[in-house]
Design a protein. Sequence first.
Length: 255
Amino acid sequence: MGITSVSVPILWERIDIGAEMGYNQKVFQIRQNGGGSVAKGWSREELALLGRTPLFHGAEAEVVRRAAEDPACRRETFGREAVIYSPERFQRCLGVLLQGRARVTKGPLVVSVLEPGALFGAAALFHRRARYETTITALCPCAVAFFPEEQVIGLLSGDRILCANYIRYLSERIHFLSRKLESLTAPGPAEKLSRCLLESAGAEGTFSCSATELSRRLDMSRASLYRAFQTLEEAGAIRREGKTIVILDRRVLEH
């Protein structure tokens, strides 16, 4: 379905029609109270999130809005445990996670967990291999925007900021995968855990994940994970608060 825009003073009111349609699709009604032009079907918060993604960061708001309202851009919702991409079933699209969380796996190995604003699907573009490299599974109800390859080409060719952003994003993915390989080949559980925390913790120095999910991510047993926790806690590097790990001393984790 194409996405159109309106240019009247508006306030977006979210209503849920998923119960009648069989999925949790969100639509937005327009009321006369406020101001600005918003792509129909998108909330202001979602457009702001799109503007903060690695692809659109620093771009003009109008560029973001036009990309969102382009009929080629599709929005889809996925229920908990639904497979978004798999090696056999994927789209030639760059995806943006708008809502929810999703797990990226390669066989039994957990590669990463996607949060709102994350990009995925770059490995599906600009080649004609018949398989995707990972499986992406919704951990909870998710909303995703898909930008087809042809639209991505148009965006990159028409805006130098977006082109530089995409190159930067791919470069960062190379570094991420390099660090992931280092963590998998680290000599012991404490080193693996240290590298995972350094690459996954947010700016506030915290990382939230269940022990079961983290052990899968690091490809180690829960017993080995708890020994690694104990080692880092005794060294004064981290503190655990339930499922949240607080980094106390990054220098210890780096050495």
